[in-house]
Design a protein around this ligand. Sequence first.
Ligand code: NDP
Length: 391
Amino acid sequence: MSKVLIIGAGGVGQVVAHKCAQQPEIFSSICLASRTVSKCDAIAEGIEREIVTASVDANDAENVVALLDRQKPAIVINVAQPYQNLPIQEACARCGVHYVDTSMYDEPEIFATDYAPQLAFSDRMAEGSATGVLSIGFDPGVVNVFCAYAQKHHFDQIDHIDIIDCNDGDHGLPFATNFDPETNIREILADALYYESGEMKSAEALTVKKDFEFPGLGMRTGYLMFHEEVISIAENFPGVKSVKFWMTFGEAYLRHLNVLRNVGLTSTEPIDYNGQQVVPLQFLKAVLPEPASLGPRYTGKTCIATILEGTKDGAEKKIIIYNHCDHKEAYNEVGVQAISYTTGVPAVTAAQQVLEGGWNVPGVHCPETLDPDPFLEALAKNGLPWHVKEL
Ligand code: NDP
């Protein structure tokens, strides 16, 4: 019986709040805090259990410490922007509170590509008997756990890992992002970073593509992209020869993105506009649809998978481990689309495992370094069933 503090009241925060509320035997009380408290109140109104709401500026660790002192949670589920990861981790380390997030930390003007600053909290967390689980959404997150599961049950040696992500849904709008536009557009336009032959390599954004057969959806074209799980998986699976992340995009999406980039609206360099400093990408975010508002319009499903190739008992082997998530079903259950659902459910499952399952391991961890079995069993029960297929 533990109190959970959720920070961030976007689409993912909404899923996390609903899913924690569904498990009162684990999350005995819930506080939902964010920069704009009215968004927390709107989410709380849609949930039958009592949810305390609070306002917090999580860019400042002192603010988060004050909130932790007032609320005294056992665990924080951080689903704000990646910019807030380090201050929230600092507060959790100081107060001895468990910590879970869903993406690698980032800085507004530097694109972070290294977990070291987040893992550096490990000793302090361990001293306070607190556990931190990093980047446990779906990708990064569950796809990392799929690698650990494959290593434990299917392979002696994993040689190649391809993570593939297809949103086959349709929201009917000309252009919108499925989660925080700033994070989403930055990662798509960053140079693709992949691991091959013992080193990280890069390629210009959206220039390398490959066709993949997505179970249940058919052939789709994936574009090689930077995604943070490539970095930690390459480090944590010694001997792996390649780790690559591929995402599919519709033609209309890419056309819009190219125009926005070409006219300078995706830039993170501040410009002076009528005496005011404006970051073009932040302005663009302000005029794009809120990701949380896409839910009612969405049909179709997502398919996210890890394809692994290697050897078992001297024979070559290739498998795919995947999940399908239906946008409408997600919306009917928690009021948001599948992208937020597939991020929020793993975060809640991780929190559950830290509080009552096999993931109470003081220190800070990437998900592929923890035991995959109890997590994956709970994940399926929590609404994200997954399947293994030999290829
Ligand atoms: P949204 O942008 O919809 O929501 C982010 C929330 O964080 C908003 O409520 C925002 O408040 C709040 N916030 C922003 N700055 C602060 C601050 N300084 N202090 C407190 N709260 C703040 O994002 P999503 O819900 O779509 O995504 C949440 C997280 O999930 C992101 O970090 C994203 O990168 C991650 N993600 C991970 C995926 C995965 O598979 N691993 C996939 C998709 C998302 P306000 O409303 O005031 O702006």
